[in-house]
Design a protein around this ligand. Structure first.
Ligand code: MOS
Length: 771
C-alpha cells in the first residue's frame, strides 16, 4: 500500500488552507544552518525517552498474532478451544469471532482482504490472535491453536512467475496489471545515432527495513474512545487507517507517537497489528500491548522489492547521451504493492537524454508485500543506471565524472521540460570530486596484486523532497518569554524537532534548546502528513516559520506601543525587544506589560503552496574508495565523500548524520543485505539479526566527508529547504559497485556483492556469466 501523496509531484499538490503571505527569504541567519545537537539528545541517549514500545499501562495485557507457517495455504478451520481454556488468556480472536466480522485490510487501492483471511498468500499472514496476562503466556498460547491448513503450491522466485508452470497466485494470473511504460523521443533513432552502445543486466535483492524499534502499539479504550501509542512515522495516517477500518469517527481515535525508534517507510501507516491490538483491547476491556517479534517484522511489514533490470544506453563520441532503454521485472510480493514503482525515475530524469523508453513488469510471488523503503525504487534504478554510465564512460575513453557533467540536464525532462527550481547536480559532481581528490585517486588505484584499490562515483536525484501543503502549526509565546511549538509531524530520528526549534529561534530570538515541543499526537496537535518522502523539513519548516512570524507580528506590535518605537525599527534578540539605533529602548520579552496581561500570544502557521511550473528536487553525487581482497572476496569501503544539494542546510550537524545514515544503509544494499527465500519450502531462511546482515559500525568507514551544496531554494518555499533523508542513500551502492569494477575489472551485476559472490565473479573471465 504505497501512500500516494508522499510522492506526488508538486503540481499535483492541492492547497487546503489559505496560503500565507510569503515572507522574504532569510539572508544572514543566526541559528539556522549552524551545527546544533538534538534538542532531545539527552532523553534519547539516557533511556528516559518513552518510545511507544516502552509504554506500560495499569492492567495491560500482551497480544500476539498466530501466523501462517506456509508460503501459500488456505485456512479450512481454526479451533481455539484449547487456547481459551489456558490460564492467563483474556481474549482470543479467530476468523470466526464476531469482533472481526466485516473488518477488512486494504493492501492497495485494488485489493482488500479480511483481517484474518482464509487465503494465506505468504508465510506470516495473520490467522488468529490472543491477549494474555504476560508476553510469555501470549506467545505460548499461539501453540494451542489448532489450524487446518490446505497447503497450496507456492512461488517465491519472481523470475519464474510468468512461466507456464508457475502456480497462479490470483485469478488474473501472476502479472500485476499491464506493464507500466514511459517513453519520449525515439530510442531506435537514438541508438542509431550513437557511436557507442552499452547494454547490461542487473539484479538487486529484496531488502528489509529493519528499524531498531519493532512495529507495534499499545491500545486502550476509554469507553468508546480509542487511544493508541504507536511506533509510527505519521500519527494522522494511523488515525485515518484505524478509523476507516473500525468504522469510528476520527475524533474517537487518538494516536500518540512521540518517539519512534526509526522508520524507513514501513511505519507510514497503521499495521494489521494495530487493528488486532485495538480489537483485542476492546474484547478484553483491558489495554493491550502488541509489538511484533523481530522475526515477524522480517516476514510481514514490508520490504524493498527486488528487481531484475536490463538497461541499454547509447552516446555520441563526444559523450552526449542519445538513448536510454530500460526493461525491469520486479515483485511487491503477494499483493499489488508497487514492485517496480519508481525504479525507472532516474533513467527518465537524471541525465539529459532525448530518447528514453522504459517498461516495468510487476509480478506476484508468495512473499510479504513491499512497502516504500527509503527512496523507493531509486537505489535499484541507480544500481543499473550509474553502472551503465560508468561502462559507457569506459567505452568512450572518458572520465566517469566528465561524462556525467556532459549530461547534466537544465530542465526536468520527465516532468515535461519544466525547469528545476534549483539544481545542484553539477556542483555536487564538481565539488564532490574536488573534495575527494578524484583524478589523483583514480590514478593511484591499483588493479594488480591480491588487494586492489579502486574509486567509484554515482549521482542521483530524488523524485520527491519538495514537501508541500497541508500542514498547520501552532506556536505559543508565554508571558515569561518561553515558547511552545505544536506540530503534528513525527521526528523519525532525523532531527525534525531540532530543526523546527531552530526555525522558531531564528524568528523569535530565543534559545532553540529552550523551545518546548508538542508533537505527533492527534489529540493535542494540528494536522500533519506522515514523515516520509524526505518532505518533513520542506513541509513543516515553512509552516513553523509562518507561525513564528504570526507570533512575532503580535509581539512587536505590543512592544512598539510600550517602547514608543515603530514596529519596523524593532527586532528580537536574546529574549529582548530592541530598537535599531536606540540602545536604551529595549525590554525583555518578560517585561512587556501587555504580554503579561494577555498571558500568551498564539500564532497559527500554514504551509503555503509550491510554485507552479517548477520541479523541486534534491540532487547528489557520492564518491568512494574501496579495497578488494581478491582472495577472500571481501570489499573494504575505505572512504566516502558525499556531496548533496538539499537546498538550504538547516542544521549542519543533522545534515551530516543523515548523510552518514544514508551511506550506511546503501552499504547494506551494496555488500550484505538480502532476503533469502527457500525455494522448496517458500520460507525466509535469514529472518534474524544474526542471518540478515545489516551493516554495523565495523562496516561503515570512519572517513565519510559531507559536502553541503548549500543553496537555499527560495523559489521552493520560505525556508529554502529541500529533502535530504532519502537522496543520501540512492547512489551509495552504485558508487561502491563502480569502485569495485575500477579495482578488479569485474562488473558487479548483482547486489549485494558478498564475498562468495565476488570470488565467483573474479574466477570467471567472461562478464556474461555474472549476476
Ligand atoms: Mo519513506 S520510504 O517515504 O519513509
Amino acid at each position: 500500500m504505497t501512500p500516494p501523496d508522499l510522492y506526488d509531484t508538486p503540481e499535483n499538490l492541492v492547497e487546503h488552507t489559505a496560503p500565507s503571505t510569503a515572507p522574504q527569504p532569510w539572508r544572514n541567519t543566526r541559528v539556522v544552518g549552524k551545527r546544533m545537537p538534538r534538542v532531545d539528545a539527552y532523553e534519547r541517549v539516557s533511556g528516559t525517552a518513552v518510545y511507544p514500545s516502552d509504554v506500560i499501562l495499569p492492567g495491560m495485557l500482551y497480544g500476539a498474532i498466530l501466523r501462517c507457517p506456509h508460503a501459500h495455504a488456505r485456512v479450512r478451520s481454526v479451533d481455539a478451544s484449547r487456547v481459551e481454556a489456558l490460564p492467563g488468556v483474556r481474549a482470543v480472536l479467530t476468523p470466526d469471532s464476531p469482533e472481526v466480522t466485516g473488518i477488512t485490510w486494504p493492501y492497495s487501492q485494488e485489493v482488500s482482504t479480511a483481517l484474518f483471511d482464509p487465503s494465506c498468500r505468504h508465510e506470516g499472514e495473520a490467522v488468529a490472535a490472543v491477549a494474555a496476562e504476560d508476553p510469555y503466556r501470549a506467545r505460548e498460547a499461539l501453540a494451542a491453536f489448532v489450524v487446518d491448513y490446505e497447503v497450496l503450491p507456492h512461488l517465491v522466485d519472481e523470475t519464474q512467475a510468468l512461466g507456464s508452470d508457475a502456480p497462479a497466485l490470483s485469478p488474473q494470473g501472476n502479472q500485476v496489471g499491464e506493464p507500466s511504460t514511459y517513453s519520449r523521443g525515439d530510442v531506435g533513432r537514438g541508438f542509431a545515432e550513437a557511436d557507442v552502445v552499452v547494454e547490461l543486466a542487473f539484479d538487486t535483492p529484496c531488502e528489509i527495513h529493519t528499524p531498531l524499534e519493532l512495529h507495534g502499539c499499545v491500545a486502550r479504550w476509554d469507553g468508546d474512545r480509542l487511544t493508541l501509542w504507536e511506533s509510527t512515522q505519521g500519527v494522522y495516517r494511523v488515525q485515518l487507517g484505524v478509523a476507516e477500518a473500525l468504522g469510528l469517527p476520527l475524533a474517537r481515535v487518538r494516536v500518540i507517537g512521540h518517539y519512534v525508534g526509526s522508520g524507513f517507510g514501513s511505519k507510514l501507516q497503521a499495521g494489521k497489528y494495530t487493528l488486532v491490538a485495538a480489537l483485542l483491547a476492546r474484547k478484553a476491556a483491558r489495554p493491550v500491548r502488541l509489538f511484533l517479534s523481530r522475526e515477524e517484522t522480517y516476514l510481514c511489514v514490508g520490504n524493498r522489492p527486488p528487481t531484475h533490470t536490463r538497461l541499454k544506453a547509447g552516446a555520441t563520441r563526444e559523450g552526449k547521451l542519445t538513448a536510454l532503454e530500460l526493461d525491469c521485472l520486479g515483485t511487491g510480493g503477494a499483493y499489488p504493492a508497487g514492485g517496480t514503482s519508481l525504479v525507472d525515475w532516474l533513467v527518465r530524469d537524471l541525465y539529459a537524454c532525448p530518447n528514453v523508453s522504459t517498461k516495468s513488469t510487476d509480478v506476484l510471488i508468495n512473499a510479504g508485500p513491499a512497502r516504500p523503503m527509503r527512496a523507493p525504487g531509486h537505489p535499484q534504478g541507480a544500481w543499473a543506471l550509474e553502472q551503465v554510465i560508468d561502462a559507457l564512460a569506459e567505452a568512450l575513453g572518458m572520465d566517469p565524472v566528465a561524462l556525467r557533467l556532459a549530461n547534466v540536464p537544465e530542465v526536468s525532462q520527465a516532468r515535461g521540460g519544466i525547469p528545476y527550481s534549483t539544481t545542484g547536480l553539477r556542483r555536487c559532481l564538481e565539488e564532490g570530486s574536488r573534495a575527494f581528490g578524484w583524478e589523483d585517486a583514480r590514478r593511484k588505484a591499483s588493479s594488480s596484486g591480491r588487494k586492489r584499490r579502486g574509486v567509484g562515483v554515482a549521482a542521483c536525484l530524488w523524485i520527491a523532497g519538495a514537501g508541500g501543503p497541508p500542514s498547520t502549526v501552532v506556536i505559543k509565546l508565554f508571558a515569561d518569554g518561553s515558547v511552545n511549538l505544536n506540530l503534528g509531524a513525527s521526528d523519525i530520528g532525523t532531527g525534525t524537532k531540532t530543526v523546527m526549534a531552530m526555525v522558531v529561534a531564528e524568528e523569535l530570538g530565543v534559545d532553540p534548546a529552550g523551545v518546548q515541543i508538542e508533537h505527533a499526537d492527534t489529540g493535542t496537535t494540528q494536522f500533519a502528513t506522515p514523515s516520509g518522502g524526505s518532505k518533513t523539513v520542506p513541509t513543516e519548516s515553512p509552516a513553523v516559520r509562518d507561525a513564528a512570524l504570526a507570533v512575532k507580528a503580535q509581539l512587536l506590535e505590543l512592544a512598539a506601543e510600550e517602547l514608543e518605537t515603530p514596529v519596523d525599527r524593532l527586532r528580537l534578540e536574546d529574549g529582548q525587544v530592541m530598537a535599531s539605533g536606540a540602545p536604551e529602548r529595549r525590554a525583555a520579552i518578560s517585561e512587556l506589560k501587555e504580554l503579561r496581561r494577555r498571558g500568551v500570544l498564539v500564532g497559527v502557521g500554514y504551509r503555503g503552496p509550491n510554485p507552479e511550473g517548477r520541479a523541486i528536487h534534491p540532487f547528489g553525487a557520492q564518491f568512494c574508495e574501496v579495497e578488494v581482497d581478491t582472495a577472500t572476496g571481501e570489499v573494504e569501503v575505505v572512504r566516502f565523500v558525499a556531496a548533496h544539494d538539499s537546498g538550504r542546510v538547516m542544521n549542519r550537524l543533522t545534515f551530516e548524520s543523515q548523510v552518514i545514515g544514508g551511506i550506511a544503509m546503501g552499504l547494506g544494499l551494496a555488500l550484505t543485505e538480502e532476503r533469502i527465500l527457500d525455494r522448496r519450502t517458500g520460507k525466509m531462511v535469514n529472518r534474524s539479526w544474526q542471518d540478515y546482515k545489516l551493516p554495523t559500525a565495523l562496516d561503515v568507514p570512519a572517513d565519510i566527508e559531507t559536502v553541503a551544496v548549500d543553496v537555499p531554494d527560495d523559489a521552493a518555499n520560505s525556508t529554502g529547504a529541500k529533502g535530504l533523508g532519502e537522496p543520501v542513500t540512492i547512489p551509495t551502492a552504485a558508487a561502491v559497485a563502480n569502485a569495485v569494477y575500477h579495482a578488479t575489472g569485474v562488473r558487479p551485476r548483482a547486489a549485494p556483492m558478498y564475498p562468495g559472490r565476488l570470488v565467483d565473479w573474479l574466477s570467471r573471465p567472461s562478464e556474461e556469466d555474472m549476476g
